[in-house]
Design a protein. Sequence first.
Lengths: 500, 264
Amino acid sequence: MEDKIIELIGVSREFDTTLAVDNIDLYIQKGEFVTLLGPSGCGKTTTLRMIAGFEVPTSGKILLNGKDITKIPPYERPINTVFQRYALFPHMNVFDNVAYGLKLKKITAVYEDANGNRIEKKEKLSRNEIAEKVSRVLKLVDLEEFEKRDVNTLSGGQQQRVAIARAIVNEPEILLLDEPLGALDLKMRKDMQLELKEMHKKLGITFIYVTHDQEEALTMSDTIVVMKDGTIQQIGTPTSIYNEPKNAFVADFIGESNIFSGTMVDKFKVKFINHTFDCVDDFPLNEKVDVVVRPEDVVIVKAGTGAVDGTITSTIFKGVHYEMVFTVGKTEIVIQDTVEHKVGENVGIKIDPESIHIMAKEFVSNVYDGYITKKNTVCFADGEFECDVTQLYPNSHLDDEGYLITEKGEKIDLTDVDVTVEVGLKDIEIIDNDEDGDACGSIVSIIYKGDHYQIIIRTDEEEEDFVVDTEYTWNENDRVSVKIPKDKIVMKLKQPEGAR
Amino acid sequence: MKLAFSRKHLCIPYAVFLVLFVIAPILIMLYYAFTDSQGTFTLANFGKIFTDVPTISAILTSLAVALLTTFLCLLIGYPVAYILARTGMKSSSTLLLLFITPMWINFVLRINAFKEFFAMINLLDKSAFFNTVIGMVYDFLPFMILPLYTTLIKMDKNVIEASQDLGANKFTTFVQVILPLSMPGIISGITMVFMPTMTNYVVSDILGRMQITILGKLIENYFMQNNWNMGAAISMFLLAIMFLFTFFTGGFKNEDNTRGGGLW
């Protein structure tokens, strides 16, 4: 398409060993207000910094108007940034801060000489031109009286405006905003959100905005890019992202939601919280799915008249609505309603088919958070399993005392090291008693998948699920234990929190 | 009357120290500076500073040594501090330590070692002036690097990125942003180097083989000759210079930690 202003193709960025951005593809259209949204450490800021030119991708390409700018330094890109902590020049006043970019700018002026030949000349903007542009932009951000003020004497909100003015005065093709409202108080933030939106409309510049605040993203953006662990989870308009989240992460991150494990029991019928609901999404029969229901979409009715009956176990007044927790069995459902229901009240709930969002569950394998014990076994899902710890470091081996020796000969004590454990569905063996396996629980679900059963075993304490594909039949509620062969436990070291 | 302890009383020892060893000596010096050997009031001592040829020559030599030393320290120290602070080198703290360690060795010892080294490479007899300057640079370089390093390491990276973002290349960014923002460190470093080099006559005596007289040496000479009045007058003159320098570089402002990042 012609109006793609910036395009990221297979872009990755590695820091030491951490993959901050993992092979993302993304294009942004001219004039759009795009928000990169995600929890901290999801790679959104790194992505922005690569667009700005402060980071060079480890691999992949960045195109601006179809031209490769991957390796062009920031000062040669027609892109300006509003930094998180403003980053104003403390030794300059408001005017000089805003004029900084203009003073450096060279424009091509075209002259005609006496013979009528066109002469192109690079020249700097004149003092008057600069002054005029600065005062125009300061007016736009409501700071026209502040030209001579020392930036250190300004309030946070005013500094923010100066930072925005300093960036937009250069008329960049793209304006990058890195959580620019993060340091402002709530009221000011709300005002600035609207002002920025207004400014975007007026200026027609493409805005790329980074935030972890989903509400901010929903309020301001034309398009939201939801990121997690360096990958893009979903791209869409605020409405589509809110109403049709692609997976459980997006649903959970955008707004509040109740997420259930469900099963498709018939065409347009899904079973969760022990009840079959009508729905509008079509999935293959017996498929395990994630069911997302927004708190405001659950309707409370008189006990016995709804789909499921249960008890209200908590009620909190939230200003506009009450936030109540409805408990049925072990499941808790968060409900928002303007009518208060008292704790202990027995009520029923109803959910409109349109409000039930179903997404495919990716049961490719079982993934757990675990840690290594003293004996070089791994603990996860209420059990302790024998494992091969040498897989955590390439070409390592264990010494006589059980310490891990890496390729370089370093000795590592793995006790209490956090790992991500992955076990394939077919690699788990089910044993018919409590004792002989390494972890035990009861079977909570059996689904016939045509040629095999998919069984879910839920452990007693942590309520972790083992999803097992097996040819043998079992009964629901059977007490069983599981065993996993040593070589089938795949472990990965957990990346430290906050690594970007 | 009851003796009540309050936190104010904690500063009594320091107040006593201040009166005995700071205020009293200054008053005594002032007395000597403004009197002659008979104890009558006179301004002649100060008049002599600006008329006596050996004194003027000592002042000029001191200024020349101090200016050149400070300039060289800045020239060598800034890049070192910049590299240590800004390149994110893994070994930067070790390197910094290497630059600082000489400060922990007795400096008379260091200068004597330096003298032997100079003698070894046949430089000792060449120029008393340049030997002194080189010795001073060697001695005072850490005092320049440290405040610069602290200022540079504390500088907001975003501000530098903002400059590049707005179209300034690396050189422009350095001139327009990094250099102005490191001024507190530069001033602090200059103060730390310029002032002592005016008077540190151990270096000039040993490396200049007594052939060069700087202000500190002159003061010593007067006191050795029992001319306390002249010695005190020159000391007061130096004190005034330092006071003015500190005043004009904003050293008396206590609002922020600009002075070498609170290091000194």
